[in-house]
Design a protein around this ligand. Structure first.
Ligand code: NAG
Ligand code: NAG
Ligand code: NAG
Ligand code: NAG
Ligand code: NAG
Ligand code: NAG
Length: 224
């Protein structure tokens, strides 16, 4: 059986998130070994936990990045309010997108599963703006891009961000981005080697967190 209970209840984040609920919740932290063809959606069904609750406990940059067969994921205790949605990076028809990234960085390192459309969404810029700077020209923004490759990103000029080191112990990049006034794509671009599978279980990993990204002055230009 690859879904076995372990006890790592010292995780402060779990204690802080302990819900009050009128039904009995399974408070055991489990360990699940990823099987071939597993996705976060299939695992969430198998273990009856929210996709985002699993992603946050495992410090996933993005819950939808492909999983590694054989990797072990912590399975969080049950909560009254399982979260299957708030960590997902989805387009919203009412959102507006910029034509450049405020601050930086200037290059984005491509991951498995990335497309121009998805990278643009993560950077909060238009598909057209990213297509214009991506090397080699982009014919179809929905084709998976070549993995492990730097893509040039359009930057707003003048603009800036602050950067600071952060011990990342719980959450997803979307949570961090919402708190720090930046985007998932910028955090990814600044941390191209971050991999939730590498850091020791129960400990955090240090990342570089951009924040307070802003354009300066009224008539900015786009540079690439
Ligand atoms: C409680 O969850 C653990 C994993 O976190 C699982 O192994 C166990 O079977 C669950 N217990 C019940 C009664 O569902
Ligand atoms: C995984 O998916 C592929 C393609 O759909 C299929 O050929 C293969 O049998 C699957 N493997 C397992 C272990 O389910
Ligand atoms: C959402 O979370 C619940 C946990 O209550 C889980 O059982 C279910 O399968 C999840 N749904 C999806 C679509 O992943
Ligand atoms: C995305 O860009 C638009 C237009 O510049 C801006 O209004 C919005 O706040 C940005 N959203 C995020 C999440 O950065
Ligand atoms: C994490 O590392 C594994 C093993 O080297 C690799 O297959 C996977 O693509 C990496 N994930 C990311 C997001 O870099
Ligand atoms: C922006 O450009 C317009 C038209 O070129 C100019 O009138 C205005 O003074 C500029 N504003 C700033 C802040 O540079």
């Amino acid at each position: 059986m690859y879904f076995r209970p372990i006890s790592i209840l010292s995780l402060a984040a779990l204690a802080a998130a302990a819900p009050t609920c009128d039904r009995t919740l399974n408070s055991t932290v489990g360990l699940y070994t990823v099987q071939p063809n597993d996705t976060m959606t299939s695992i969430s069904h198998t273990v009856s936990r929210g996709i985002c609750d699993i992603a946050r406990l495992n410090r996933m940059a993005d819950a939808m990045l492909p999983l590694l067969t054989g990797e072990e994921l912590l399975i969080p205790p049950e909560t009254c309010t399982p979260d299957n949605s708030t960590c997902l990076i989805l387009p919203n028809p009412t959102n507006t997108y910029s034509d450049c990234v405020a601050g930086g960085p200037h290059a984005y390192y491509t991951l498995e599963g990335d497309t121009i459309r998805y990278i643009a969404l993560k950077l909060n810029i238009t598909v057209e703006a990213l297509s214009a700077t991506a090397q080699g020209g982009v014919t179809d923004p929905d084709t998976p891009v070549q993995v492990d490759n730097f893509l040039k990103v359009p930057q707003c000029s003048p603009s800036r961000c602050t950067v600071e080191p952060l011990l990342f112990t719980y959450g997803t990049y979307k949570d961090l981005a919402e708190k720090s006034g930046t985007t998932v794509g910028q955090i990814m671009a600044l941390n191209p080697t971050y991999n939730h599978t590498d850091a020791a279980r129960g400990e955090g990993a240090v990342i570089t967190l951009p924040g307070k990204c802003e354009t300066l002055g009224g008539n900015g230009t786009v540079i690439s």
